[in-house]
Ligand binder design. Structure first.
Ligand code: ZN
Length: 203
């Protein structure tokens, strides 16, 4: 996949945008993370990697395809675990122990590398400088998931109602009735289907 591919960052929390790099599960018919190049492009598009870090990672992945395949594999495992945890919560179920273990393994690696740093008006969380650039993608994702599922917003996690989408979003509507990841894509398709179904009945 080319670097010019357009990723979506419309879901709100970073972890949901990461999960949404795959659509139409379980077929995963629209998978934007098909290799290390895609993963690095997503990290750069998300603002997690600087240009020099992204360039270094691309060269490393080209020089060592085994390493590239390994980082893409662990990113996809984490992404599917993030999806599994969020989809379960959206469906009022407990996340599976398997999905939680994948997430927790990344958390165990990430959390010792979080530190406080001075910031405007107080402090902020900052990742230590020793982490590998690839961790700069996966660690913020897993932290975003941990923050989300332990917050009140967890009750707003939804999976798009379209049977061929599987995108996640936060339902911030007042009456918590949002069904589609986006009204302009899945919502419109559903509206069009209802329209044609009604016409077929009346014809
Ligand atoms: Zn959708």
């Amino acid at each position: 996949m080319d670097d010019d591919h357009v990723f979506s960052f419309s879901a709100g929390p970073l972890c949901l945008d990461f999960a949404n790099t795959c659509g139409d599960r379980p077929r995963c018919a629209e998978d934007l993370l098909q290799g290390p190049g895609d993963l690095i492009a997503w990290g750069a598009a998300a603002g997690l990697l600087g240009d020099d870090e992204a360039g270094r990672l691309r060269r490393q992945a080209a020089a060592d395809p085994g390493w590239g395949a390994a980082i893409a594999g662990s990113a996809i495992r984490l992404r599917e675990a993030v999806f599994g945890v969020c989809a379960a919560i959206a469906a009022d179920r407990h996340p599976s122990p398997e999905d939680l273990e994948v997430v927790n393994a990344t958390l165990r690696a990430a959390l010792p590398n979080l530190a406080l740093a001075p910031a405007e008006g107080g402090c902020c969380w900052r990742w230590s400088e020793v982490s590998s650039p690839i961790d700069r993608i996966l660690w913020p994702v897993v932290r975003s998931l941990a923050d989300l599922v332990t917050s009140e917003d967890a009750t707003r996690i939804r999976e798009c109602a379209s049977g061929t989408c599987s995108w996640l979003f936060l339902d911030t509507s007042r009456n918590r009735s949002r069904k589609w990841c986006s009204m302009s894509s899945c919502g419109n398709r559903a509206k069009a289907r209802r329209h044609y179904a009604r016409r077929a009945v009346s014809d």
